[in-house]
Write a protein that binds this ligand. Structure first.
Ligand SMILES: *Cc1c(COP(=O)(O)O)cnc(C)c1O
Length: 400
């Protein structure tokens, strides 16, 4: 049985034309016309004023922290439930992360907890230098109250939108509403350049400075002259060519992933103890990954039982991110709240969601999960719903 991956790359065919062009013109360089074109096409797609193509979202977050003046000993507030790459750049700067738990309705940063934390810090006269909000699994955080809390104290908001390209928040793409936003084109994201990222901002000077820092911080001089520390963080012209092919099919990719979500939902939602990541009323989730929670108290089926059953059928799935406050590397860091993220980590599982999955692939995942429920002593319940769902899964699904 062929392996079903969580979220593999999905090329459109257009990429090769652009890559061929890079070869034909010998622009096998870290700069070149595809980089400029990709930046402006990407900026137009997300509604950003300015964009700088970079080697990864991690690099983009690092640049964002440098550009907001984060230094040794500073505090930076960041979402607790996320991938370590949201946090590591804080450590690169010698600063200290302070984590904020999720809210149940979006699974993203709880705006109330953030507001309380900033209020407390203001009282003791020690405000954080920046806030990094993460938009998880294709869904935006509730940005308005988060921005309001930051604005009250003049703290810049950096958006980690690595997982949120294609999502909306009140008609905007998450990533463009903060001081700076970062996207990822890693191999498992909704579009990919194999590796890469984009840094966006409404501030032209910030992006110009980012571009300079990302290319070894050369001063404008004919010789090599440097008056600040630079980095090698730019995206190459060849990878930008792949990105140009990918950005053109973003909307199709979102539609397909939302379709997969609907298919999973219809086939599995009636199983006891099964719940899906909610979609907040303020916008559209790209459903980058379909995420399900399993409550063993209701069914006897826990997340690990399902994950191992899928693995036995050569199907990749992943537990929800392990909260940062539980990570050994960040064990001494402060965290506001924490129980929401802990609960999601314990019960949540990301299902294969690639836009190139076939209907048969979806069936294989669904059947495997149903079998777990049948064998767990809830067979009767599962069977009833399974028959129901089997009819439904082959129906055409419409998604807005
Ligand atoms: C993937 C990811 C990153 C890192 O992206 P890279 O481009 O691989 O550096 C950062 N934050 C989140 C939330 C991610 O999912």
């Amino acid at each position: 049985m062929q392996r079903i991956y969580l979220s593999p790359p999905h090329m459109s065919g257009l990429e090769q034309t652009f890559v061929q062009e890079a070869f034909d013109t010998n622009w096998i360089a870290p700069f070149g016309p595809h980089v400029d074109a990709f930046e402006s096409e990407f900026a137009a797609q997300v509604g950003a004023a300015h964009a700088c193509a970079i080697s990864s979202a991690t690099a983009g977050l690092h640049l964002s922290l440098i550009l907001t003046g984060v230094e040794r000993g500073d505090e930076v507030v960041v979402s607790d439930l996320t991938f370590a790459a949201s946090v590591n750049p804080i450590l690169y700067q010698g600063a200290r992360p302070v984590f904020v738990d999720s809210e149940p309705g979006t699974w993203n940063m709880d705006p109330q907890l953030l507001a309380e934390l900033l209020e407390q810090r203001a009282r003791v006269g020690k405000l954080p230098k920046a806030v990094i909000v993460v938009h998880l699994y294709g869904q935006s955080a509730d940005l308005d109250p988060i921005l309001a809390a930051c604005d009250r104290y003049g703290i810049p908001l950096i958006e980690d939108a690595a997982e949120a390209l294609g999502a909306t928040y009140k008609g905007h793409t998450p990533g463009v509403l903060g001081r700076m936003g970062v996207y990822s084109f890693n191999g498992n994201k909704i579009i990919t350049t194999s590796g890469g990222g984009m840094l966006v901002s409404a501030d032209a000077q910030l992006i110009a400075h980012a571009r300079k820092l990302a290319t070894q911080a050369r001063d404008p001089a004919p010789h090599y002259q440097h008056s600040e520390v630079g980095y090698n963080y730019r995206l190459s012209n060849v990878l930008a060519a792949i990105g140009r092919g990918q950005i053109r099919v973003l909307e199709e990719r979102v539609a397909t992933r939302r379709h997969h979500f609907e298919t999973y939902h219809r086939a599995l939602h009636a199983l006891p103890g099964v719940d899906f990541m909610p979609e907040a009323a303020f916008g559209r989730s790209s459903r980058w990954l379909t995420v399900v929670t399993f409550d063993p108290k209701e069914s006897g089926v826990d997340r690990e039982l399902v994950r191992l059953a899928l693995e036995a059928k050569n199907i990749e799935s992943r537990p929800v991110w392990k909260p940062m406050h539980l990570q050994p590397v960040f064990a001494t860091c402060e965290c506001a709240g924490g129980s929401v993220g802990e609960h999601l980590f314990e019960h949540g599982l990301c299902l294969p969601s690639g836009s190139n999955m076939t209907q048969q692939d979806l069936h294989r995942v669904v059947d495997t999960i149903r079998t777990v429920f049948k064998q767990s002593g809830h067979g009767r319940v599962a069977d009833e719903h399974c028959v129901d769902a089997l009819v439904k899964i082959s129906d055409p699904v419409t998604v807005d």
